[in-house]
Design a protein around this ligand. Structure first.
Ligand code: ZN
Length: 480
């Protein structure tokens, strides 16, 4: 059974990209796209004698070429909202109150309308999904924070209060409920919920002996300020002592705690290493061939956890640098006997520029990036809880690279949103639950250096326990 999607001409690559994601990747439906001279999108089922069809408005892709990626193509604010009633749709939604990115309710106030064999859905599902997934709005000139990042506060999702909803998943459910009611024999695919623990290694160890940068910085200070060569000797000696074997006591050496906990729940933790050796202050710059780091890589690989790249501070807009760093990481990983089918990671400081960062990661041969969340607010920056192929908006072409959206970083909860431990746990678990509703990924970032205290470890453990518990409850209630 194959759908036929009739679309107007223009933006063919963009349309194909988003049709593939929505219909094939998310719903598992086969379809054929056909260009027609019309001003909406019409879906029919091949060889269906009833002649039934589903119509959707074509809003974003109706943008004149000269206004593409310009202010005038942005969704009009405030967005129209619609309360979806149960007799209108049985789609599983986070909330019945639905903001409409592109589209507005029909004159009679409904979002879904059936007349004979024809159903209209007054929401541009494909254009809205394209807008969110490609991070279209981030290509506009707009505010940036001191690290050049697009802040949550500038985003449509935050301003229209849907950042904590996987809104595109909700849209796809709405579309599915319309398709299924039109053609009850259609079968969809459902993806399975995944818990993905990730750990950016910014500061592998607290002790001065291991962080090469810390040593060299204090050595330089000894020389320049204190003019005391004996201090240098003493520091070097203590560094050697630390190197000889007190790594185990280092408060930031929480790697085994992380792996033990993940093992207990049958999860795989991904550890992203900075592979830049330029010695810049902001990258901390440990060397991958440092005995502690090399041993750590080996242990992670041997225990079946994942190694990935933590792109250095400036690499987000320097594709050649990403390539160099990834090659260095691959080389060291190989030396430590690490073999992986898939390589991915995340940019340091979550610095991400559209489309240069994706382009660089794609060109370097990385399989996925997981940088897309906001530093200042947790949630669904791309409006989706599943991994999806990236798209180069400037070149107008899909990339091989996949984006695996990050949903929560611990620093966001505490340093930026200033949540109490209880609130941080509740908000994070709720985000996971919403991802679970759609068979999404719950991608969490927790740094090794923020598990130094018993209290931090307790918060981390509690979040994990709650998420695992609710995933189990959900899967048992489904199987009964
Ligand atoms: Zn980092």
């Amino acid at each position: 059974m194959s759908l036929i999607v009739e679309c107007p001409e223009a933006y063919e690559a963009e349309r194909r990209y988003i049709l593939d994601i929505v219909l094939t990747r998310m719903l598992g439906l086969s379809y054929e796209a056909v260009i027609r001279h019309r001003d909406d999108v019409r879906i029919t089922l091949r060889d269906d004698p009833s002649g039934a069809d589903v119509l959707l408005p074509d809003v974003l892709f109706k943008t004149p070429r000269e206004e593409w990626l310009g202010e005038r193509s942005l969704p009009r604010r405030p967005l129209a909202r619609h309360r979806v009633s149960p007799d209108e749709s049985d789609a599983v939604l986070v909330e019945a109150d639905l903001p409409l990115i592109y589209g507005e309710p029909m004159r009679n106030g409904s979002l879904v309308e059936r007349q004979g064999t024809r159903t209209r859905l007054a929401l541009d599902v494909f254009g809205s999904a394209f807008f969110m997934l490609t991070r279209y709005e981030e290509l506009m000139p707009s505010v940036r924070d001191i690290h050049g990042r697009f802040p949550a506060s500038a985003s449509l999702a935050f301003r229209e209060r849907f950042l904590e909803r996987p809104l595109i998943n909700e849209y796809v459910e709405l579309l599915w409920s319309v398709l299924r009611q039109t053609w009850p024999r259609l079968k969809r695919k459902r993806s399975e919920f995944r818990i993905i623990m990730t750990h950016d290694i910014d500061v592998p160890l607290y002790s001065p002996g291991a962080g090469l940068f810390r040593v060299s910085k204090s050595l330089a200070a000894d020389l320049l300020r204190r003019r005391d060569p004996s201090l240098i000797v003493r520091r070097l000696r203590s560094g050697q002592a630390i190197r000889r074997g007190v790594f185990a006591l280092d408060p930031f050496n929480t790697f085994d705690f992380i792996m033990d906990l993940s093992d207990r729940y049958g999860l795989r933790s991904a550890f992203y290493f900075i592979a830049d050796e330029s010695g810049s202050v902001i990258d901390r710059s440990y060397r991958l061939d440092d005995p502690f780091i090399a041993g750590l890589m080996k242990r992670i690989g041997a225990r079946g956890h994942e190694i990935g790249l933590h792109g250095s501070y400036n690499s987000y807009r320097e594709p050649s640098r990403v390539k160099q760093e990834f090659e260095r990481l691959l080389h060291e990983a190989e030396r430590q006997g690490v073999r992986q089918d898939e390589w991915g990671g995340r940019q340091h400081y979550l610095r991400w520029e559209n489309p240069l960062t994706w382009r660089g990661w794609d060109a370097a041969g990385l399989d996925y990036d997981s940088s897309l969340t906001y530093v200042d607010h947790l949630g669904f920056r791309s409006g989706i809880c599943n991994e999806y192929p990236a798209f180069d908006l400037d070149a107008g072409q899909p990339l091989r690279l996949r984006e695996r959206p990050l949903l929560v970083m611990e620093g966001t909860l505490f340093s930026h949103m200033k949540l109490s431990a209880d609130a941080a746990i509740a908000r994070t678990v709720e985000i996971a639950r919403r991802s679970m509703m759609y068979g999404g990924d719950f991608v969490l970032l927790w740094h090794n250096h923020t598990l130094a205290s018993a209290r931090e470890r307790e918060i981390y453990r509690t979040i994990l326990q709650h998420v695992v518990d609710s995933a189990r409850t959900a899967s048992t209630s489904l199987s009964h």
